[in-house]
Design a binder for this molecule. Sequence first.
Ligand code: UT7
Length: 311
Amino acid sequence: MNAGIIGIGRYLPEKILTNFDLELMVETSDEWIRTRTGIEERRIAADDVNTSDMAYGAAKKALENANVSPEDLDLILVATVTPDQPFPSVSCMLQEKLGALKSAAMDLSAACAGFMYGMVTAGQFIQNGTYKNILIVGVEKLSKITDWNDRNTAVLFGDGAGAVVMGPVSEGKGILSFELGADGSGGKHLYQKDQYLSMNGREVFKFAVRQMGESSLNVLEKAGLKKEDVDLLVPHQANIRIMEASRERLELPPEKMTKTVHKYGNTSAASIPIAIVEELEAGRIKDGDLLVMVGFGGGLTWGAIALRWGR
Ligand code: UT7
């Protein structure tokens, strides 16, 4: 049984925080942020909108898009490092909000690589025939763990949610290969201490540039495919310079890489599904296209998937 994406949706808060707004909050400039990260603005969730609310917004759209009713879900996986509270999990809260009465539910913690971990995990249940319909949500309210006085991190992140429904798809479609990895020794470079997120940007940057390229090439090799077979590279939207480095490793032209980082900043586990929705809405993904998705994050963690689009 092949496992693929059968529906997708996203939720983005309305409030926009621009680089110019940030200039009034910390010692930074629009010019610095744009040239070092590619980010121009990001979305920030309202105080009364929590992680589970954003997850619900994206999940509802993904279910509608898949034409799957919540009662037919077998499992809900939510990738997040900013849950509403330690427990119950966001996935259990979501199960209740959706009325997905027959579904199992659990959260998954792999930071910005969480969506890759979620899709691969779901893929295993589908491929072995245990489950049919699985909802995977990548969602973050990073604004609540951001120190708004720390210019090293305050300029980078945004809030949002992306969701897919995965299910059995026809031969040759869906997940063709994947790679997941972790290096706990790098945990000290990106972590949450007490209330706030803390980061050694330069170390994370070096790791990301190396790992994004390696993992993308590895999934292509595992699937018996070549760089020129790739129709769309969907990298985790952390920093345009990191994304460009992976694109160059794959020798792809600029139009074959998704870019939303300028509008939404780094939305962590949500960034890959949000970016795919954007491409679909613009009509840039067609049936049979080869997508390479690749993410990295705190842990350190990483993950990549080669996927043939379509049911
Ligand atoms: O999902 C994973 C999450 N994390 C990441 O993706 C982060 C990966 N790292 C990066 O994206 C980059 O390392 C940054 C964008 C964070 C920083 O870019 P950089 O080119 O590596 O800059 P840098 O760390 O070498 O810093 C250059 C200077 C420093 O000043 P000094 O020490 O040279 O005097 C920083 O203090 O820029 C300063 N700086 C800022 N200046 C203005 C750091 N943040 C800011 C800021 N505005 N917001």
